[in-house]
Each structure stands twice: as C-alpha cells, then as structure tokens.
Design a protein around this ligand. Structure first.
Ligand code: NAD
Length: 457
C-alpha cells in the first residue's frame, strides 16, 4: 500500500504546502497562475494524506532553463530573444508541455504552466511529467523567415534539454503545426537522425497524428456527454453558450450542435451573438472562416444569409440564463466581480484558468457545477501522447482509432474523478486535483519515503 491514498481530512498537508509555496511565490503578482493553481492544490491536500517528502518535492520545479536566442533579422540586424524551458516534474515520465510565443512570457509564467501540466498528465494517467516552454516575442511582428530562424534557434539553445525520453514540446498560444515541424527538423539535424517523437502537434505529413487538431474539443465533448446524464440533462433540453469561437470553442460548439444540443450563444474577441431558438453552428463556422466575423447565418453552398439574432457582449454571454456555459477563450473570465451574475447550471472549462480561484466559493454557493480545465481540456495532451506513441512505433492510426482511444481515456478518468467527488463530498475540481495528486504522490513515494528509510524492518 502506498502512502498516498484518499483519506480523512488533514489540514497539515495543505498548510505545509501553502506556507512553502508562499515563500517561493512571494515575488509573484496576485494574479500569478501558480498562486491561483496552488490555492486549488491546497484544497485538494485537505482530502488526502501525502508524504511530506512528496509535498517538498512538488514545491520546486525540477529544472528551469533560460536561454538567449540570437536571430538575424530580414533587414540584416541582429536581435536577441529570451526563451525558457521548464521541466516541473518528471517522476511519471518525460516532461510534456507546449511552447508559447507571446510578449508577456516570463520564467514565472512558464514555471506556473509547467506545474499545471504536471497535474493534467497525472490526472489523465499519461506517462508524462509536466513541462512548458516559451519565448518572449510578439510573433505577429516577425516575417515567416524570421519566425523560422527564431524557432530553429530556440531548439539549438535547448537541444540538450529536450528529447523523446526527456521532454517533448508541443504547440501552445501563437505556435502551430508548422512551427512544430521546424522544431522537429532542427532537433533531427542536431542529432543527425530523424527524431519525430521529440515534438508533438506536427503536420500530418511530418509524423503528426490524425485528430490532434480537433482533440481538445473532442475530449471536452466526451466529458460533457459522460457527465450531463448524471443530472438527467438530455441534449435536446440543454441550452449552451460558448465564449471563444477559435480552435477549441468552435469545434466543440459544432460537436454539441450535431449531437442535438441547442447552442444559443457564441462569441469571439469582438463580441457575441444570441438566439434563444438556437444557432446553426456549421453555417457560423463557414461564415467566420470566409469573413473573419461572427454572425447568425444560414449558409447554403457558398451563399450565407443573415438570420435574426441579438448582438451581445462577452459579459452578457457569461450571464446568460443557459444550462451549460463553456468558457473557451482566455484565463480569468469569471472572477469574484462577475461570478454572482452567472446563471448557468454547469460550467465546463475549456480554456486554461477561465475561473479565478476567488470565484470558486461564489459559484459553489449558487449550486453551479464546475468541471475543471485539467480534466475538460486534456484531450489535446492526450492525443499528443498518442502522436508520440505512433512516432515511436512507426504505426499510424486512423481518425476513428484516435477518437475511440481518446473517448475511452476521457470517460474513464471523468468517472474516476466523479466518484472521488461523490465519495469525499467535494467539488469536481478538488476531486480532479486529488486524483492527480494521488498518482503523483504514489510515483514520488515509490522512490522511498522518510518512513521507509527510518523503518528498520
Ligand atoms: P484560439 O486562438 O484558436 O481561439 C481563441 C478564441 O477566443 C478566438 O475566437 C478569439 O477571438 C476568442 N477571444 C479572445 N479574446 C476573447 C474575449 N475577451 N472574449 C471572448 N472571446 C475571446 O485558441 P484555442 O486554441 O481555441 O484556445 C482557447 C483556450 O483553450 C485557451 O485558453 C487555450 O489555452 C485553451 N486550450 C486549447 C487547447 C488546444 O488544443 N487548442 C488545448 C488546451 C487548452
């Protein structure tokens, strides 16, 4: 029997973790993701007994690398960019996590995101630890050739730090399949052998997986389909509002529409649309792809005609009287300031961190069920795992095989999370952290604990 089992309430673990983390977080801002994530962890630690050694280990990122990347710009000048790669914990397997290109990227942010990935991979039982990377850059200001030189320069700088059995990058904010292809190619040049499994999220022709592009939305769809029946909530009686009509939000809206849900509102950064009768999502996707804007339309062939709809703001969308609310845009959308306005019965977090921890208690008080990001959006990293497996085997799966395996895993971990929530009488978010922490604690303790070494027998 390992030491990390679901057990009676113990506040000492939570106190220990929070006081330790507070020390290391002192310089971080109030809105630091790590600070917010750690609040959820403190909650979870009240519901399991974890060895002090494991808690101490999880307090420190395993390795943090900061690199300078010199790039020859198109005009002949030299510009040096800051890049980062953090492996938070690799007890359960090589590090796994995306690479973000954004002007606000800092080491602190990358460490926080790597910490989050550690729990997501453990929750989904993927044989990976948590990692993340980033470059402080506004990619929109670079030409395509500059972007390629920057991406290859990043790999030159971190090549000793990544690898198929060490740490495997993937796309994140403002990075895509093309960039992953460059990174894999550069790593292969350095190692003088084709190393497809070093990066996931690659183009299909360079060893990417079927279904990777739709994986986050498809995984979220499986979580929704597995949980709403527990409340006798049937698709045709369920109204849905989706904030964010990008890769994750728009594909999920279409999956829900096709399954018979009534998607009444969607939005993007410019605002939203609402029709109580329900929107024709495939037509809206088609129109958005051709016009870059969201309108309630009905499209036949290439002709789209506008149908009656109400234009709403993103704040209004979050406050709609719907059954299901899906934040699929940015972090910190529901906070202590607007949580009281939310009228949905269920929230599924497709975005990372869309609900600030300060809003948790308000939503719980209102009886709203929140299904957390580390479970709901984990389809992306799960199919990244499938891509890594396919690269290593040299045996590629069909879209149907990928989606079937994704369904099995998402449903199994959703059920386990749900039963922990029921057994301990806790919310689903805390249960998800308990579930992930149990697996992490078991792995950390398998290397030996204070009790093991102090016990003479
Ligand atoms: P995306 O860039 O494709 O889409 C983001 C969408 O949000 C766009 O439609 C944009 O217009 C909209 N948006 C931006 N600001 C908004 C605002 N203030 N209000 C409403 N909408 C706004 O990004 P994505 O890949 O769909 O990711 C969305 C979220 O899901 C992010 O939080 C991301 O971290 C998370 N996520 C995505 C994946 C994935 O595989 N795509 C995996 C895990 C988590």
């Amino acid at each position: 029997m390992t030491q990390t089992t679901v057990s009676a309430t113990s506040t000492s673990n939570a106190d220990l973790f929070s006081s330790q983390l507070e020390k290391s977080n002192r310089k971080k801002t109030e809105h630091s993701l790590l600070t917010d994530a750690s609040k959820r962890l403190e909650q979870a630690l009240k519901h399991l007994s974890m060895s002090e050694d494991a808690i101490e280990r999880l307090r420190h990122p395993k390795t943090s690398l900061t690199v300078s990347i010199p790039v020859r710009m198109d005009n002949g000048s030299l510009q040096v960019f800051q890049g980062y790669r953090v492996r938070y914990d690799d007890t359960r397997g090589p590090g796994k996590g995306g690479v973000r290109y954004h002007p606000n990227v800092t080491l602190d942010e990358v460490q926080s995101l790597a910490f989050w990935m550690t729990f997501k991979c453990a929750l989904l039982d993927l044989p990976f630890g948590g990692a993340k990377g980033g470059i402080t850059v506004n990619p929109k200001e670079l030409s395509k050739a500059e972007l390629e030189r920057l991406s290859r320069g990043y790999v030159d700088a971190i090549a000793d730090f990544i690898g198929p059995d060490v740490d495997i990058p993937a796309p994140d904010v403002y990075t895509n399949a093309t960039i992953m292809g460059w990174m894999m190619d550069q790593y292969s040049i350095i190692k003088r052998q084709l190393s497809r499994a070093v990066v996931t999220g690659k183009p299909l022709t360079l060893g990417g997986s079927e279904g990777r592009n739709t994986a986050t939305a498809t995984g979220a769809f499986y979580v929704i389909q597995a949980t709403l029946p527990k409340f006798s909530q049937k698709p045709h009686n369920t109204t849905v509002a989706v904030q964010g009509f990008g890769n994750a939000g728009s594909i999920l809206a279409e999956l829900l529409f096709k399954a018979g849900y009534k998607v009444v509102a969607v939005s993007d950064s410019k605002g939203g649309i609402y029709t109580p009768q329900g929107l024709d999502i495939p037509s809206i996707r088609e129109y958005k792809n051709s016009s870059r804007s969201i309108k309630a339309v009905y499209c036949e062939d290439t002709v789209c005609s506008i149908v009656e709809h109400q234009v709403i703001s993103n704040a209004e969308l979050l406050a709609l009287d719907v059954d299901v609310l899906i934040p699929a845009a940015l972090e910190n959308q529901i906070t202590a300031e607007n949580a009281n306005d939310v009228k949905a019965k269920f929230i599924y977090e497709v975005a990372n961190g869309p609900i600030a921890s300060a809003a948790d208690a308000i939503l719980a008080e209102k009886g709203i069920y929140v299904f957390p990001d580390i479970l709901v959006n984990a389809g992306g990293v799960t199919v990244s795992y499938f891509e890594w497996v396919q690269n290593r085997n040299g045996w590629y799966w069909t879209l149907e095989e990928v989606n079937q395996r994704l369904k099995v895993r998402m449903e199994a971990e959703t059920e386990k999370t749900w039963s922990i929530a029921q057994k301990l009488g806790i919310d689903v978010r805390t249960a998800a952290y308990v579930h992930g922490l149990n697996r992490l604690g078991e792995a950390l303790d398998a290397k030996g604990t204070r009790n093991y070494y102090n016990n003479p027998v």
